[in-house]
Design a binder for this molecule. Structure first.
Ligand code: NAD
Length: 479
């Protein structure tokens, strides 16, 4: 391992160049474009034996990497960011083809940009030992030592960005990493790792592209010290169980069903665009997206009208078409969940303001942008995580009633309060059971600001210095 980072990165010009670099040597399976049904490429089918080999290589490389120290490791992270920027368009094209999200809007190019930005931010944080007692008699300080090998299991909605959220703080803290991407989006993560690995010493970052059985093997693996998991609450619970025997450290970023509360004094026209993107970013397939909107009776109709205006002007279609800002659902299972929940809402007598009728016979998993009004709080479209482009809008009369409905579920990832009075909004925010409450925005994550869930949306924090600490083992030196 070189103490002086040297860059030998190739800029990949097209997504086909990336695919050539990650072409599987052994067993493989086809990955289809969710917008067209065409095969994008073959992905490798890795097994538990491949996982063992990756973990052993990562374990062997870890001590030397840890010995480099924060400054050198941060230099490498910045060089990984350079490598991503050099291949940004090719990465965005591949992400668009495999995940479905358009190049434009807050989608594929935005996601690749965020990968580089997160690496640079993670390289920049200062983590000093904390002196907790120094009274002349005792001196105690807390250090954060590397954990060893981190296993990172990810979902299919933001496959590149979430991988970076997991690998950047892990590497920065002197750990090595074995990633297990979603079986729906392995190509994006393999390509991202191929680009990043151009800038890193060998064996720090491995990707094992298998199904849930490989995820299970990773969560129980005796040579993995910590699991970073982002995905559904059900899988998070399975990981808690399978990691128990080895007492692994866990960071769990799980499902949410974020509430937004529009207070009586909000300006419907002014907030409509931000409300829309808070709910429909990545075509609704976002963990901390607005999934239930509570609007005061006095401005309910106006908010609905403004949202319909915005929604009807947002083009949806194939991701590589520069005009589109909304794409398909990533997979058939997710399409069916959204279609079923909207159908249940219709059957209950709720009013579909726009959307709600997917075209049959088309190749992609497109579900139209859907707004559903006059819906009860206990309707499944409200109570369950739809994870797609369908937003229920619920009427309320008192703030107490809105807060009670917002807090009525067993998840609490994000939430938002919309108001022209910041002090009033903060008062309401303090009453909401969620890891983050945004005011007059929703879902705006920032690499400097800790992020994590309340209740069954998970535990542990990502981002910022708090996120670095979560990838270290605290050690007290006391004298
Ligand atoms: P998922 O839980 O189905 O799958 C996530 C990953 O876990 C995949 O790689 C899968 O192969 C693996 N896996 C499945 N079973 C496993 C097991 N028993 N042991 C170990 N690994 C296993 O989630 P998904 O459908 O890919 O993603 C959507 C969900 O993720 C939504 O609920 C969403 O809210 C959530 N999510 C949360 C965040 C967050 O930051 N909190 C971010 C994105 C997505």
């Amino acid at each position: 391992m070189s103490a002086q980072p040297e860059t030998h990165s190739t800029a990949f010009q097209t997504y086909q160049d990336l695919l050539a670099a990650i072409a599987p040597a052994g067993e493989s399976r086809p990955i289809k474009d969710p917008a067209t049904g065409e095969v994008v490429a073959e992905a490798p089918v890795h097994t538990a034996a491949d996982l063992d080999a990756a973990v052993a290589a990562a374990r062997a490389a870890q001590p030397e990497w840890a010995a480099l120290g924060h400054e050198k490791r941060s230099e490498y992270l910045n060089q990984a960011a350079d490598a991503i920027e050099a291949s940004a368009e090719a990465l965005a094209e591949l992400l668009s083809r495999e995940q479905g999200k358009p190049l434009n809007g807050p989608n594929a190019r935005f996601e690749v940009g965020a990968c580089a930005a997160w690496l640079r931010a993670t390289a920049s944080f200062v983590l000093e030992p904390e002196v907790v007692v120094d009274d002349g008699e005792s001196h105690a300080e807390v250090h954060y030592r590397p954990l060893g090998v981190v296993g990172a299991i990810g979902p299919w909605n933001w496959p590149m960005m979430i991988s970076v959220w997991q690998l950047a703080p892990s590497l920065r803290m002197g750990n090595t990493v074995v990633m297990k991407p979603s079986e729906y989006t392995p190509l994006s993560v393999l390509a991202l790792a191929a680009v990043i690995n151009q800038a890193l010493p060998a064996d720090l970052l491995h990707v094992v592209s298998g199904g849930r059985e490989v995820g299970e093997a990773l969560a129980s693996h005796p040579e993995i010290d910590k699991v970073m998991f982002t995905g559904s609450t059900a899988t998070g619970k399975a990981i808690i169980r399978s990691s128990a025997d080895t007492v692994k450290r866990l960071t769990l970023e799980l499902g949410g069903n974020d509430a937004g509360i529009v207070l009586e004094d909000a300006d419907p026209k002014a907030i409509a665009q931000d409300l829309f993107w808070g709910a429909f970013i990545n075509t609704g397939q976002t963990c901390a997206a607005l999934k239930r909107l509570y609007v005061h009776d006095s401005l309910y109709d106006q908010v609905c009208e403004e949202l319909v205006q915005v929604a009807q002007n947002m083009p949806m279609g194939v991701g590589l078409d520069e005009n589109n800002v909304l794409g398909p659902l990533q997979n058939k299972a997710q399409f069916d969940i959204v279609a079923d929940l909207v159908q249940k809402a219709k059957d209950s007598g709720a009013k579909v303001l726009t959307g709600g009728n997917p075209e049959s016979g088309q190749p992609g998993y497109f579900y139209p942008t859907t707004l559903v009004a006059e819906i009860d709080n206990d309707n499944p479209l409200v109570a369950q995580e739809q994870f797609g482009p369908a937003l229920p809008i619920i009427r309320y009369n008192t703030v107490d009633e809105a807060v009670e409905m917002a807090n009525g579920l067993d998840v609490g990832l994000g939430a938002s309060v919309w108001s022209s009075d910041p002090a009033k909004a903060r008062e309401v925010a303090a009453r909401i059971e969620a890891g983050t409450v945004w005011i007059n925005k929703h879902g705006a994550v920032d690499p400097r600001v800790p992020f994590g869930g309340a209740k069954q949306s998970g535990y542990g924090l990502e981002f910022g210095v708090a996120g670095l600490k979560a990838l270290g083992t605290p050690q007290v030196i006391s004298q």
